[in-house]
Each structure stands twice: as structure tokens, then as C-alpha cells.
Ligand binder design. Structure first.
Ligand code: IVH
Length: 712
């Protein structure tokens, strides 16, 4: 981007951020997730570092929260309700420390006689900030944050929350701050977060769904929506919770020296304060806390989005002060976002093994869920049209757990008018042959992890509806052949042959088609540069070990158009042996039509494949070179007959491959993605978005122990 374009982008980002803030804070109805909002504000922050003259204290990104709604009485906060500066990585946390150390070097290092305990870590709740005022121990007023200066009086609604004490009744004989005999403070302003538990949200949404009411996107919106009910009875039904985390003002004989003292004191006064906290001697300990809580977070009963790190000593907090809307002495560490925004710089076209042309979005590299993403497949034209995507668009990308990054949305409000429509090329980008349009059948896909670590798609994943696909018409297209070889060795599980080695063998003329792989000898490979005797031997040995293959896998390996793993298994089960299938393809094609789950497009392509002399010669060559196709055992009906399983995450007791075989052995099926028809999702450690999908669709989820029980 040139200077002018960058300045235009700043303006665009500003207006979009202002719009999103309005949706979030005023209308209580955000259209994007927090990750997306954060991603846009980050980009703006980075751009503004380049153009400091464009900084504007009154710009939307510098305002705290939103306007109060008219329906509640407005109240002025005695002390401004601030916001927090976010940090997104250990590096940014180190930068934060560097900045504050510069402002108070000797004091911070000495830890002000606190034995070096300088930081306090606590959970960052994802709820609604409120202020509670207690006069002589009695709860007199509760308010929302509003714009930080003026909020709304929601006392009546807050009174319905059980974890908000109406009268303070200090606990006795606790250690530390407020320990011993505690007096009721003359005046106290508590800050904390109103939350709805994940469980309550699920129940509320179920109820709303039944009653045809709109669903809440997350527990924070639900909490906010509930607090804004003008009728406290309705608010009471929502089972909200409150966690206290700060004291804004205190008139009492009590002397508090640290932020951790405040926590102890609040606890002793009868407030609910979360126990996941730690006083840390240095940033190393802070990082350990952050990592520890990251593991607890998925099972934490409330929504959280990070960890608040504070300089613990209150005098030091005073020295550091506040800049803009946020204190210098606090930082909000945010966990890796699963969604982010970026710009689509280009759309390139890849040629797959069946010759299908797949558009690929090239991004301005951006960090999502802990790794940099610079491209994502767009699957097909339909997907581009569904998204309304153009080159130059700002998009939301998502990458959850083990999931390949995908474009989920176009932020069309960020358009400048210079975006370009993408058109599928008329000729193949690799070989220049004519591109043909075909109708692809309905089919789900599975993404294959190549043994080399790369991923490629075996079948297009977005063929939910029959869709148009574009193919290179040249059967000898080099790109097509290369992808095909990769697919072939992956199905044969020849792990030693990654894409790079395959390409090398092709370039050296050792392999012209997949059948040549099986005649490779040590002497062919070892003279090649960078291949020693040992690696040549390993490759040859591995190939030898993998010559025997099941009929189903063999069919899948052939790369027949529209025949993925599932379909191959259905066909293999029906025919039992390769010979029977070959015979049938010659004599009685209608048999293929009659196989369960197989539609006309698949049967047509299977018929065509086995009537093509080149393909038959290829199969013959494979067999002559030693490939042994095992006959298909009729799947025994077992206790899993008729059931579909989806596997996600890592299992401790067995590999996914073994898990799959054991399911198949008992008559079940293993499929790649979760749908309403999935019988069970087996979730191991660090499950991906499949688990979330299962939860959404109400599919039964098994942990490893339950799965092992079932297998018995
Ligand atoms: S400390 C200086 N502690 O995060 C204002 N805030 O992004 C921060 N939040 O407005 C007060 N958990 O609503 C603090 N443990 C925690 C928090 C927390 C959530 C919220 C709070 C604040 C927002 C800033």
C-alpha cells in the first residue's frame, strides 16, 4: 500500500470500528466476534504508529465503551471506569515491562520490600463491567460502565444477583488484608464483572430456540441483555453471577498496599473473588500462570478471554498512572484469537489431482490461533460467490484447533471500490490446456494429512450442494500428475516419499507414473545428490513393505473423479474384488448405479475410468510391479453397524488410524466432518472445531475412556 492508500485505510478502519462499537455497546448485538474487532483495532494501531499525526484523542477507538441507553437513569461515576491495554504475545508483555521499568527502575526492582513479588495475575472475565457502591456496608447503587464517565443505574437488577452482597458481613480471622477483626467500611466502590455461566447460556438459548426467540451469541451478550431488562423479575430469571476484582474507592481504617490485598479484602467482605490468581516475582512466573490458565480455560465455567497482569504495589500503580483510557500498570494478556481480519492480496488457482481448479486466497500474512496464515483454499467458485469475495477485500479468517484456515466472511464495509472480481481462468494455469466446466456431485470431504506434514484435499470440501467445478482437460497436465502422485503415496502410506522427493524423482526421470515407484531400486536413488545409501535403502524398504493394499484403499488411490475414501469403500464392499469390478465395468455398468450411497455422477465417472485403456494399462502395470490388491472382506455386521463416527484431537491410547480400523472392524463408519447424521464424535486431547460443531448440533460426544469402553 502506498501512503495515500494507508491513510484511506485508517479512515475506513476508523469508521468500521465505530460502527462495530455501536453494535456492541449500544445495540448489544455485535455482528462479529471480539477477535475480529481486536484484529481491526490492531491493524489501526500499527498504521497509526506510522502516521502519528493522524492520532486523534476523540476518535472512536480512543473512547471507552458506548453511550448509555435512554431507558435507565444515567449516573456519573465518581472515578472513571477505565479500560485495559491488550497484549497478544509474550513479546508484547516483555515490551510492556520494558516501558514500565523505564518509568520506575529502582522501585520496581526492589519490589518495595515485598520480597520481590511485583506482579499480580488474575483471570480476565468476558462479561459486563459494573460498579457497586456500599455506604456503611449497605449496597446503595450499582451501575454499568457506559462510556466510562457516565453509566446507567441498574441497582434493581443487580440486587437480583445472589453473589452481590446486599449487606457486607465481614468474615473473621482470615490471614492478611482484612484479616482479624474487620470493620465495615464507611464507603466502598467495588468494580467487577457480571457474568452468565456457560451452562446457563446453553440452557437459556435452548429455551429461546423453543420459543422462537433470538439466540445470544455469547455469555457476555446474554449477561448484558439480562442486565438491561427493565423488569428486575426478568433479570432474576437469568441466573447471573458477579466476580469482584478491584476497589475504586475505600473509606475505612483498613490499609491496603497491593492489588492482591484488595482481592483478599474483597473476599473477606463476602464478595465472590476468583481463586485462579497468583503473585509473581517476575514475568517468567507471569507467563507460567498464563500457560497454566490456558489449560484450565476451556473447562472454566465462565467465559474468559485472557489474564489481567497488574503491578501489584498500589504506590507503584500511582506512580505509573493512566494514559488515555487505560492504566499503565495493568495489561490484559489475550489468548490467541481464532479469528482475525486480513486483506486478500490475490486469488491464485491450484490444479488438483483430478485436474480440478481450486482457487486459493493469498493474504497479507496475519497471526491466527498462534500461527501466521498467508493463504487459504476457497474450494470453488460457489464458495467465492457465497462469500461475495473480491480481490482486495478485507476478510475474516478462522482457524480453530486442528482446522485448516478458512475465509468465513467479507467485511464489505471496508471496501474502497478498487476491489476486483475473480474469474476462473479459461486455460489451465500449469499447462495452458482448455478448462472444462463440470457438475460435481453432492459429497463431503476429508482433508488428508500428507506424511510429509503438508495437507491437501482429497475431495473438495464445499460440495455440500451440487456445484459447478472447473477442470483442466489435459490428462497429462504436469500439475495434475504431481498432485496425483502425492495422493497415491499418501493412500499407500509410503511415508518416505514426501512431495519434494516425489518431484525430484519425477524431474530425474525415475518416476513417470505412480506404478514406477514400485520398481525403484537402491541403485537408482543413492547416486542422487543429497541421497545417501541409507536413505535410499529406507525408501526402497518402505515401498516394498507397502505393496500390499486393501481393495478399498487401492480404489481410492486410483484417484477416480468423485471417488474419495468413503465412496471407494462402498464400491469395494459391493464388489469384493478388483476383478469383479473390472468385469462389471465392461459388462454391466448398471450394477454400479445400484450401490447404496452412489449417485449417477459417481457411477458415470467410475464407468468411464474402467473403460479407458490407459487406466486399465496402469492397473496392469501396478500389478506387474508387485502391487497386491487384497480382496475385501465383507464387513461383518457389528455393534457399530449403521453408525457414523468422527474423530478429533489426539487419543492417548491409540493412533487415529487404529481407532478408525477398530470402528470399521465392528461395522461402523468413520467420516471427516460432523453433521446431524453423525452418531458419535470421539474427542481426544486438544480437539478441534469438530467438537464445537458436535456441541452445536447436539451430537453425542465420547471422551477416550468412554470410547474404549464402547470398543470392548
Ligand atoms: S481490572 C482498569 N480485572 O476488562 C480497568 N478488569 O478490557 C480494568 N475485566 O473494563 C479493571 N476481568 O470489564 C480487571 N480481572 C479483571 C477483569 C477485568 C475482566 C474487564 C473489565 C474492563 C475490561 C477491559
Amino acid at each position: 500500500m502506498n501512503g495515500n492508500e494507508e491513510k484511506n485505510r485508517i479512515a475506513k478502519l476508523r469508521s468500521e470500528i465505530a460502527r462495530l462499537r455501536e453494535e456492541y455497546h449500544v445495540k448489544n448485538n455485535p455482528s462479529v466476534t471480539d477477535d475480529v474487532y481486536d484484529s481491526l483495532t490492531r491493524e489501526l494501531k500499527i498504521l497509526l504508529q506510522k502516521y502519528p499525526e493522524l492520532n486523534d484523542i476523540n476518535a472512536p477507538e480512543n473512547r471507552v465503551a458506548g453511550k448509555p441507553l435512554d431507558k435507565f437513569i444515567k449516573v456519573k461515576h465518581r472515578t472513571r471506569m477505565l479500560s485495559l491495554n491488550d497484549v497478544f504475545s509474550e513479546e508484547e508483555l516483555l515490551d510492556w515491562e520494558k516501558r514500565i521499568k523505564k518509568l520506575l527502575p529502582p522501585l520496581l526492582y526492589k519490589g518495595r520490600g515485598l520480597g520481590g513479588e511485583v506482579y499480580f495475575c488474575e483471570v480476565k472475565f468476558d462479561g459486563l463491567a459494573v460498579s457497586l457502591i456500599y455506604e456503611n456496608g449497605i449496597f446503595t447503587r450499582g451501575a454499568t460502565r457506559g462510556d466510562g464517565f457516565i453509566g446507567e443505574d441498574i441497582t434493581q437488577n443487580l440486587k437480583t444477583i445472589h453473589s452481590i452482597p446486599l449487606n457486607l458481613s465481614p468474615l473473621l480471622s482470615e490471614e492478611g488484608a482484612g484479616g482479624g477483626d474487620l470493620n465495615i467500611p464507611q464507603f466502598l466502590e467495588v468494580r467487577g464483572e457480571v457474568l452468565m455461566s456457560k451452562k446457563t447460556l446453553i440452557a437459556l438459548n435452548k429455551k429461546n430456540e423453543k420459543e422462537g426467540k433470538p439466540l445470544f451469541a455469547n455469555s457476555r451478550n446474554a449477561a448484558a441483555g439480562s442486565l438491561r431488562q427493565l423488569d428486575p423479575k426478568l433479570a432474576a430469571e437469568r441466573k447471573l453471577d458477579f466476580f469482584a476484582y478491584d476497589i475504586a474507592e475505600l473509606k475505612s481504617s483498613e490499609i491496603l498496599q497491593t492489588h492482591s490485598d484488595k482481592h483478599k479484602y474483597l473476599k473477606n467482605l463476602g464478595f465472590r473473588v476468583d481463586d485462579n490468581d497468583a503473585v509473581c516475582k517476575n514475568l517468567g512466573e507471569v507467563i507460567t500462570f498464563i500457560k497454566k490458565f490456558e489449560k484450565i480455560r476451556p473447562n472454566f465455567p465462565f467465559g474468559t478471554d485472557g489474564v489481567v497482569v497488574s503491578v501489584d504495589d498500589l504506590k507503584l500503580q500511582e506512580v505509573l498512572g493512566v494514559v488515555g483510557k487505560a492504566p499503565r500498570y495493568m495489561a490484559a494478556f489475550k489468548y490467541a484469537a481464532e479469528r482475525a481480519t486480513t486483506i486478500v492480496k490475490d486469488i491464485k488457482v491450484n490444479v488438483g489431482r483430478t485436474g480440478v481448479l481450486t482457487p486459493l486466497a493469498i493474504f497479507e500474512p496475519t497471526l491466527v490461533a498462534g500461527s501466521t496464515v498467508s493463504k487459504a483454499t476457497l474450494h470453488n467458485m460457489d464458495q467465492i460467490e457465497r462469500l461475495g469475495l473480491k480481490i482486495g477485500d478485507t476478510v475474516v479468517i478462522e482457524k480453530a484447533g486442528d482446522v485448516i484456515p478458512k475465509v468465513v466472511e467479507v467485511l464489505s464495509k471496508m471496501r474502497t471500490g478498487k476491489e476486483k472480481k475473480f474469474k476462473m481462468p479459461k486455460t489451465c494455469p500449469t499447462c495452458g490446456s482448455k478448462v472444462e466446466k463440470k457438475i460435481a456431485p453432492e459429497k463431503n470431504s476429508s482433508a488428508l494429512l500428507h506424511p510429509s506434514g503438508g495437507t491437501f484435499r482429497v475431495q473438495n470440501s464445499s460440495l455440500a450442494q451440487s456445484s459447478v467445478a472447473f477442470y483442466c482437460s489435459n490428462p497429462k497436465c504436469p500439475a495434475k500428475n504431481e498432485r496425483y502422485l502425492e495422493h497415491f503415496v499418501s493412500v499407500f502410506e509410503i511415508y518416505e516419499l514426501g512431495p519434494k522427493i516425489l518431484r525430484r524423482f519425477k524431474d530425474e526421470g525415475l518416476v513417470t507414473d505412480a506404478a514406477d515407484i514400485f520398481t525403484l531400486a537402491k541403485e537408482d536413488i543413492s547416486p542422487l545428490e543429497r541421497f545417501g545409501e541409507k536413505s535410499a535403502e529406507n525408501i526402497v524398504q518402505e515401498i516394498k513393505n507397502k505393496k500390499k493394499i486393501s481393495f478399498a484403499k487401492f480404489l481410492w488411490a486410483l484417484g477416480i473423479l468423485h471417488v474419495g475414501e468413503e465412496t471407494a469403500r462402498d464400491i469395494a464392499t459391493h464388489f469384493g474384488t478388483l476383478e469383479k469390478l473390472l468385469f462389471c465395468a465392461r459388462q454391466d455398468l448398471t450394477q454400479i448405479d445400484n450401490i447404496e450411497n452412489i449417485g449417477p455422477a459417481v457411477s458415470k465417472s467410475v464407468g468411464e475410468f474402467f473403460n479407458d485403456k490407459n487406466n486399465l494399462n496402469f492397473i496392469k502395470k501396478l500389478q506387474e510391479n508387485g502391487v497386491l490388491v487384497e480382496k475385501m472382506e465383507k464387513t461383518k455386521a457389528g455393534k457399530f453397524t449403521g453408525m457414523n463416527f468422527v474423530l478429533t484431537g489426539t487419543l492417548a491410547q491409540m493412533s487415529r488410524e487404529t481407532a478408525k480400523e477398530r470402528i470399521l472392524a465392528q461395522g461402523g463408519k468413520v467420516v471427516g466432518s460432523v453433521s446431524k447424521n453423525t452418531s458419535y464424535v470421539v474427542a481426544g486431547e486438544e480437539p478441534g472445531s469438530k467438537l464445537k460443531n458436535a456441541e452445536k448440533l447436539g451430537v453425542k460426544i465420547l471422551n477416550e475412556k468412554e470410547f474404549l469402553e464402547m470398543l470392548k
